[in-house]
Design a binder for this molecule. Structure first.
Ligand SMILES: Cc1cc2nc3c(=O)[nH]c(=O)nc-3n(C[C@H](O)[C@H](O)[C@H](O)COP(=O)(O)OP(=O)(O)OC[C@H]3O[C@@H](n4cnc5c(N)ncnc54)[C@H](O)[C@@H]3O)c2cc1C
Ligand code: SF4
Length: 813
């Protein structure tokens, strides 16, 4: 009998932090035990929900918060069904049923459906412009709203509400936090701490309406404001409800499980039905529903052991702690935090340094604490609370000592068994052993090896201190913070590129082998990056490694959330003809295309095309690919210009078409957009493009580094040139310089911020010899590009393999 037939079938409902953490633990304990299927409503692999606040304030991209890549699921043999909502479990027939009619049998099933935002039933709550803050879709709605509206209200002055408010403030909105009681975070902070927090946030620009109850949302179809129960009003064009969460128990209820607030589970996460378990925020353990990851991971650890037949202590509940993730605001709270007659309180309030520390003792044992303005001892305080440690002179001095006195490395004093990363339960000993056993030298390596700092990231400074203390003289501060291109190597982008050049490496396999990758297979981060760097360095010699490319680039079309594709034919400069339009319309009708959309880049997108129809459509269109999916030149947007416009001083359409024809198909570090305008009225929006060209007084102005996406940035003026030839040469040199020095996936907006405009100007404009050399290397690269749709049509094997055989999961990148 082979291994798969003896495996039990484990179905996980919910592809979020608790469910996948449990799966990770199971894979560590007994990787062959289960055949695993995971259902997730969202179209993404598991991501770090905690860090949505960073996505909102644009300090991280969605890619950067993905915890488990598509490859991870594939490599572990997990059947991942994203974009699929489970409706119920039939506990009699032992099957899981989904919204789209799929039925999957199970031997064991884990419900990990998380929570939903609590949407208060206030009159008018169904108006447009009122959202919760729970997932990537909410984040995207908020990012979009910040572009269109100015005045926002956030209902809820808890952790989530304050992080949402700060994010919207950073996006340029005028934000008021509305809170029912007078004190912010009143479930974690006492009045002193709460007032300090409010003062700090006010100094950063947030406004507050505390002690206010929202009675009604004002406006027509869309919200325009709030009316409070005292009759006063607040103008708001956009509202985030962050008034709490509600365990998502729909599947539990529909399956007949015992549900109170959450799905009721025992100390081994068993629900009321045999072989049905619940973990995470959807569960209720001993009457408590948790809303933070640390307890959920503790539950997951117990459940994984139980499911793998490994002896385990029961889960008996958790002490939770809260740390606000807002830059410049250090706030921590754990356990009890309010004065009470049976408690002794140790307190320090330094108004000058704006530091407040409070530790609560019952019978001499530490049972809670609050830190504001100085959270360095947060991890230790949490551990002392968790273990009910008796207060000593040393602990008192460690917590209450001044910030200056504590400035040294306190990692040496941490006991071995002290938990450093509360979210993932990683101890100091675990970190020290990992550093010694594996020769780790950077915080990122420790994260990859132990999981410490992987979730909220609050313990990163302590992890670095432990690294410093463990390495002693060998510790190199700059190197410790150095970020390898992924967890498979310590090498940075520049070191990898230099290694490829110096050692003449031609394939990713060679790079990984010769440059000593820790993971010899690479991962979803480094494989596409290496493929790009190799192609950029050796344009003639490098054989494109198609399997390393993201699925959109492999398929030469954009995958949509329902698993269909979008097809964008090339339309140079956004200019078309009646004949081409007629052809596109005929093809759209013939293949029953669901939607035809004019894109922001002036192209036509045929949406809702099945994978099998892609080659047929390309064949019928007979047009080149518009590359709307690639890390390459996407579009050159043009205005009407001097050919027709009264104001036009330059032929923007002609120049746009010329540039698009010249530079199409070339791989770039990230997607790349151009615009050409006939005059400074700038109808084609040059200021938000990687290169924006503006005709002005008989010359061309060249702007660079603009971005109109999530992380918007206005382009900088690079230079002004007189002739078309100079323009084309500088554009070529600029693009090649970016290709040669940009990190894979780094947009020009970030690249210019990193390397500085002056260095780009020097390399591309001032140093004419270098400019010509760059433009010449660009010509070599351009001589190698091929039209991808034609390549597929001319290659029946590739066509069969990609468009008939491969199954592409929904939401795949
Ligand atoms: C903005 C924000 C900031 C946060 N900050 C912190 C913090 O600083 N520290 C901290 O500890 N915690 C924080 N949290 C809370 C933390 O993210 C959650 O505790 C954790 O994600 C819960 O994990 P879970 O797996 O139970 O639920 P989730 O991560 O929500 O996962 C549940 C998944 O199940 C899916 N699902 C639901 N129903 C179905 C169905 N019927 N079929 C298929 N799939 C389904 C959902 O779409 C979701 O993807 C924060 C949360 C948010 C939103
Ligand atoms: S940018 Fe100037 S030339 Fe171009 S369409 Fe607008 S007004 Fe006319």
């Amino acid at each position: 009998m082979n291994a798969t037939t003896t495996r039990q079938r484990l179905v996980v409902i919910g592809n979020g932090m608790a469910g996948i953490n449990t799966v990770e633990q199971i894979l560590k304990l007994d990787p062959q035990r289960y055949e695993i299927t995971v259902f997730g409503s969202e179209p993404y692999p598991n991501y770090n929900r905690i860090q949505l606040s960073y996505v909102l304030e644009k300090s991280k991209s969605i890619d950067e918060i993905i915890l488990n890549s598509w490859e991870w699921y594939r490599e572990n043999g997990i059947d991942l069904r994203t974009g699929t909502t489970v409706t119920r479990i039939d506990t009699d027939s032992r099957t899981v049923h989904t919204e789209d009619g799929t039925v999957v049998p199970y031997d064991k099933v884990i419900v990990a459906t998380g929570s939903k935002p609590l949407m208060l039933p206030i009159p008018g709550a169904d108006k447009e412009g009122i959202v919760g803050f729970r997932d990537i879709a909410d984040c995207e709605t908020m990012l979009h709203a910040a572009k269109l509206y100015r005045k926002a209200a956030v209902i809820g002055g808890g952790l989530l509400g304050l992080e949402a408010a700060k994010g919207l403030l950073k996006l340029g909105m005028d934000v008021t936090v509305v809170h029912l009681v007078e004190e912010l975070m009143e479930r974690q902070l006492d009045r002193t701490a709460s007032l300090m927090l409010q003062a700090e946030l006010e100094s950063q620009g947030l406004k507050f309406a505390t002690g206010r109850q929202t009675a009604e949302f004002l406006g027509g179809q869309r919200v325009t404001g709030l009316r409070f129960s005292d009759g006063t009003t607040l103008e708001a064009e956009f509202v985030v409800m962050a008034a709490g969460i509600r365990p998502n128990t729909e599947v539990g209820r529909a399956s007949g499980l015992t549900v109170n607030r959450g799905i009721v589970v025992d100390d081994y996460m068993r629900s009321s039905a045999p072989d049905v378990y619940a973990v995470g925020e959807c569960g209720e353990h001993r009457g408590v529903c948790y809303g933070l990851v640390a307890p959920l991971f503790e539950q997951g650890a117990v459940l994984a052991k139980h499911l793998c037949g490994v002896e385990t202590k029961p889960y008996e509940g958790s002490v939770v702690s809260t740390q606000l993730k807002i830059s410049g605001v250090d706030v921590f709270s754990a356990g009890e935090f309010m004065d009470a007659p049976d408690l002794n309180v140790v307190r320090m309030h330094d108004e000058w340094h704006r530091i407040y520390k409070k530790v609560l003792l019952r019978g001499g044992r530490i049972v809670g604490g609050v830190l504001v303005g100085d959270g360095k001892q947060a991890a230790r305080l949490q551990q002392w609370i968790r273990t009910g440690t008796v207060m000593t002179e040393e602990i008192h001095a460690a917590i209450m000592g001044t910030a200056a006195a504590e400035a040294g490395n306190s990692a040496a004093d941490l006991p071995d068994e002290e938990i450093v990363c509360g979210c993932n339960g990683v101890t100091k000993k675990h970190i020290v052993d990992a550093i010694r056993d594996n020769g780790l030298t950077t915080v990122d390596e420790i994260k990859a090896c132990t999981g410490a700092s992987r979730s909220c990231g609050g313990c990163r400074p302590v992890v670095e201190q432990i690294l410093q203390f463990t390495l002693g003289d060998k510790y190199d501060s700059a190197a410790a913070k150095k970020e390898g291109i992924c967890g498979c190597t310590k090498l940075t982008r520049d070191e990898v590129v230099a290694g490829i050049q110096e050692k003449g490496l031609l394939t990713s396999k060679e790079v990984m082998h010769v440059l000593g990758w820790d993971n010899p297979e690479g991962c979803s981060k480094c494989r596409p990056a290496l493929n790009y760097y190799l192609g950029m360095i050796w344009p003639a010699e490098h054989q494109d490694e198609k399997d390393s490319r993201f699925v959109n680039e492999r398929m030469h079309a954009n995958i949509q959330k329902d698993g269909t594709f979008g097809v964008v034919p090339r339309m140079y400069g956004g200019v078309t003809t009646p004949e081409d339009l007629r052809l596109i319309a005929d093809v759209a009708v013939k293949y029953n295309v669901k939607l035809v959309k004019v894109t922001g880049g002036q192209r036509l997108d045929l949406l809702g095309v099945s994978k099998e129809d892609l080659p047929k459509i390309w064949e019928d269109l007979g047009m080149p690919s518009g590359y709307a999916y690639a890390k390459a030149l996407r579009t050159v947007k043009t205005c009407v210009g001097s050919q027709f416009c009264r104001f036009g001083t330059k032929d923007s359409m002609g120049m746009g078409i010329l540039l698009e024809k010249k530079f199409e198909r070339l791989d770039m570090p990230a997607k790349f957009k151009l615009a050409v305008n006939g005059c400074p009225r700038n109808c084609a929006e040059s200021s938000t493009k990687d290169i924006g060209i503006v005709g002005n007084e008989g010359a061309w102005e060249i702007y660079v580094g603009g971005n109109g996406g999530i992380k918007s940035r206005l382009a900088d003026l690079l230079c002004k040139v007189k002739t078309d030839e100079e323009l084309v040469e500088i554009v070529a040199a600029f693009m090649q310089h970016y290709r040669e020095t940009g990190k894979y996936l780094e947009r020009t907006s970030d690249w210019i911020e990193r390397v500085g405009l002056a260095s780009v100007t020097a390399a591309v404009v001032e140093d004419t010899e270098n400019r010509k050399a760059l433009a010449a290397r660009m010509e070599t690269a351009l001589s190698q590009v091929k039209e991808p749709w034609k390549e597929v049509l001319d290659n029946p094997v590739l066509r069969q393999r990609l468009y008939s055989e491969i199954q592409v999961p929904v939401g795949t990148k």
